[in-house]
Design a protein around this ligand. Sequence first.
Ligand SMILES: Cc1ncc(COP(=O)(O)O)c(C=O)c1O
Length: 402
Amino acid sequence: MSSVNWNARFSDIALNVKPSPIRALIKYTKTPGVISFAGGNPDPAVFPVSEFAEASAILTREGRDVLQYGSTDGYGPLKDYIAKWMAPRMGRETKPDEMIITTGSQEGMDLLTSVLVNNGDTIIVEGPTYPGALHAMRNRGARFLSVPCDKDGLCVDMLPSIIEQGRKDGHNIKLIYTIVNFQNPSGATLSEERRAKLLEIAEKYDLIIFEDDPYGHLRYNGEHLPTIFSMDKKNTGRVVYACSFSKILAPGTRVAWIVGEAELMQKLIMIKQGTNLCTSVVAQALVYEYCRLGYLDSFLPKIVAHYSKKRDAMGAGFKKYLPSNACYQTPEGGFFFWIQVPGIDSKALFMKAIEHGVAFVTGPSFYVDESGIDFIRTCFTFAQPEELEEGAKRLGAAIKAL
Ligand SMILES: Cc1ncc(COP(=O)(O)O)c(C=O)c1O
């Protein structure tokens, strides 16, 4: 038996860290027979397994390089590929010293926070927002101010008063974190007008915008909107952009990228040197070869068509089975429906839903102040097509039974 009193030794961060609220629910979602709308997982049915295996030929061809340590900013050919592929979205081809390959976007947000945020500094986040971001930022000692969202995303008009009041209250605000497209969890997309306003506000109050965009390529209807990064025509350098292969290829690759001014990226690189030296070169090379063979472009429309059908099936199920007071927008892309059932306690509903054989994520997981009790998030990408209507039926029955 251990004789070490760990609690007396843990750092303040370790003492205060909490398990991810979504991961804490996973054990229930694994109950046999439960249909999971909980985790934000892609559908393994659209993982391009044989094409990815074909890409492993790069190991035979260039194994002596790719099995070696790589440079911290990432595998050059992959960076070049991404810069060209992303140029229409970024408004230009970004330069190599403006991009770092990271081990998932999750690492990007950790690095950015560690470079810009001192213990006790404040980050402005959306309410609701992605709990993984809150987790990464909390690990680095961040505090938060939350801005409400509506169907067009972050309510930017409320930002100035929140910033001014926050400053009066002693907050040292460093960053605005926004998930611009098909937000996790709300599914909302920040309108173009609001993107422009957000830039103006960041400029006026001298803040950095962190534009997190892992779902942007997964649009099922409507037109793509310009990234905030590309709207920064004056090249102020205020916008840091992140994207990932997790949702458009496979999250097991753990390959993502972050783009920002070279001076800022240099600091991220130095921090990353102390974290993992570099993202797995093997993973980066496999992803690169997959892209070079043309599969990223040829698979994306298939993934979009597949998820679009799943979104429609979940939407049809909700229309049929959810009570008439349930409020939600059909998302134009991404992974999630965000549903408000006024007056319901989503934590109590979760347990009832498990009894009925369906799982989701409760609203408070997505708010810094754990509000949002009558909201739930359902993911439509992971469950199998035949489970989407049945899961909606079970959810409707659980709400009725509560
Ligand atoms: C909004 C958002 N950002 C970042 C991530 C992390 O993605 P990655 O797998 O690239 O670390 C996720 C994962 O679900 C997410 O929803």
